[in-house]
Ligand binder design. Structure first.
Ligand SMILES: [Zn+2]
Length: 235
């Protein structure tokens, strides 16, 4: 029984053959696909798509690269989606992106914290995006994220929240072993995507190989990140 925990099936790259893609996935052994949102609009699309097929589920949230779309209506729009569609089961993708820096670090952090609070309210695990300045494997982005997650986990612990057992996943992980182990110690899972097959990804392979198998999740991140020998194609 396979689950793809991260697939952008709502994107227009799938407009021509979406149902065929779902059917092929099913024939290949997939039983569940989680479609994460990037903005309120794409979260609405993900939720709507999820309700069309039993194997599809949606996460809702605002991506750090879309932080400028955050406004006074965002929280109520996301809560509304979660409340009215039982295929909406997670918060994401949310996080920090110091590579593109589309918004200030302060703004990204404020939006992340707000969405973590929403996740506690809704009892939703979180899908976390993280990307360092210069694509380093360890830097301010990881340090800031772990600090925020530690605070969040402490707040869950003090309320004996059931999310403590399943707080979420660090999606498409490319960071250091040290940060991965810190995240695992907090209760998080580590998401593994196609780049682990790239020729120059020896470091990434070593980090993943050193982690406990039961803490790894497989994700396509389709249509992005196709593995070798399909690198560059639609995933
Ligand atoms: Zn994604």
């Amino acid at each position: 029984m396979l689950t793809d925990t991260h697939c952008h099936l709502d994107l227009d790259k799938f407009d021509a053959d979406r149902l065929h893609v779902i059917q092929r996935a099913q024939r290949a052994g997939l039983t569940r696909i989680l479609i994460p949102g990037l903005t309120v609009t794409s979260s609405q699309a993900a939720a709507k798509l999820a309700s069309t097929h039993p194997m599809l589920f949606a996460a809702v949230g605002v991506h750090p690269n879309d932080a400028e779309t955050w406004d006074g209506q965002t929280v109520s729009a996301l809560v509304q989606l979660a409340a009215t569609n039982d295929k909406v089961i997670a918060m994401g993708e949310v996080g920090l992106d110091y590579y593109w820096n589309k918004s200030s670090r302060e703004t990204q952090i404020a939006i992340l914290k707000e969405q973590l609070d929403m996740a506690s309210e809704l009892n939703f695990p979180v899908v976390l995006h993280i990307r360092e300045k210069g694509d380093l494997d360890h830097g301010d982005c990881a340090e800031d994220l772990i600090k925020i997650l530690e605070e969040w986990m402490n707040s869950l612990k003090s309320g004996k929240h059931s999310l403590m057992e399943r707080p979420g996943v660090l999606h498409s992980y490319s960071g250091s072993l040290e940060i991965a182990q810190k995240a695992i110690n907090l209760g998080f899972y580590i998401g593994v995507t196609g780049p682990i097959t790239y020729k120059n990804a020896e470091n990434r392979r070593q980090v993943i190989a050193a982690l406990p198998l039961e803490r790894l999740l497989i994700e396509t991140d389709a249509p992005f990140l196709a593995p070798v020998p399909h690198r560059g194609d639609r995933n």
